[in-house]
Design a binder for this molecule. Structure first.
Ligand code: SF4
Length: 239
């Protein structure tokens, strides 16, 4: 069962349909293709969204950000997903000069020293490349869900993304529960990141993600040394 719906869509959005994931994606793909793409980190949610998109049309677009610090398991998952769902992944990379300067000046693990340093690394490795990925799009699709943590409880199925020039942002799985995500993955035998079976419900860069303990919230393993209300990388919120 879905969680109670807080709002089907951002009040300023052009979408007036239901919060059903298929309905949201049908509307978004018909309205914005080919200028709409899924931002894929190969999370379970992203796999569900991509699978649903491919049921609607074959020519869907998907991009991924290679931060240079991903787990080997994530690359393996990317290859298996591309084969299984027959998609070509548009990879984006950080600017090498920015990474080189960061590492030369602050070392390889500066993100552990302060929130500001962590934001700097996320900006160089994620936020700036995301800006390039979104530059020629009119809408983007994410796997964000309200149940993922305190920073995401207000996620609407369709939003005006003021962090990215007021483009349209679709979060078709916003109301899905953890169980619904896993049910969809299992039912359709989607290849998923092996780290999920090792206690990692949310997977980001290798040095900034750990397995969680029983009872911890889903994103507790992301930047675990920080305050829970700061646990975003700037992809979905301004930081
Ligand atoms: S998650 Fe960690 S390693 Fe990845 S970009 Fe952010 S601070 Fe850097």
């Amino acid at each position: 069962m879905s969680q109670p719906v807080q709002k089907a869509a951002d009040s300023a959005s052009p979408y007036t349909g239901s919060d059903d994931a298929d309905a949201v994606l049908r509307w978004g793909l018909s309205e914005y293709s080919p200028d709409v793409a899924l931002a894929c980190s190969f999370s379970l949610e992203d796999l569900c969204a991509l699978h649903l998109m491919k049921q609607i049309r074959d020519d869907v677009r998907v991009f991924a950000l290679d931060t240079g610090r991903l787990n080997e398991e994530t690359y393996e998952c990317a290859d298996r997903v591309a084969r299984k769902l027959d998609v070509e992944i548009e990879w984006f990379f950080p600017r090498h000069d920015a990474v080189q300067t960061l590492v030369r000046e602050k070392g390889t693990h500066s993100f552990r020293e302060s929130v500001e340093n962590r934001h700097e690394c996320c900006h160089i490795r994620k936020v700036e490349p995301l800006g390039r990925a979104l530059k020629d799009l009119r809408a983007w699709i994410t796997g964000q869900r309200r149940a993922q943590g305190v920073t995401r409880t207000e996620t609407a199925v369709v939003e005006i993304d003021d962090a990215h020039g007021n483009m349209i942002k679709l979060n078709p799985l916003a109301t899905w529960s953890d169980a619904e995500v896993w049910d969809h993955v299992r039912k359709h035998k989607l290849p998923y990141n092996r780290l999920h079976d090792a206690g990692y419900p949310s997977i980001g860069c290798a040095p900034c993600t750990r397995a969680i303990k029983e009872g911890e919230e889903l994103r507790a393993g992301r930047w675990w040394w920080e305050n829970p209300e700061q646990k975003e990388c700037g992809l979905h919120f301004r930081i």
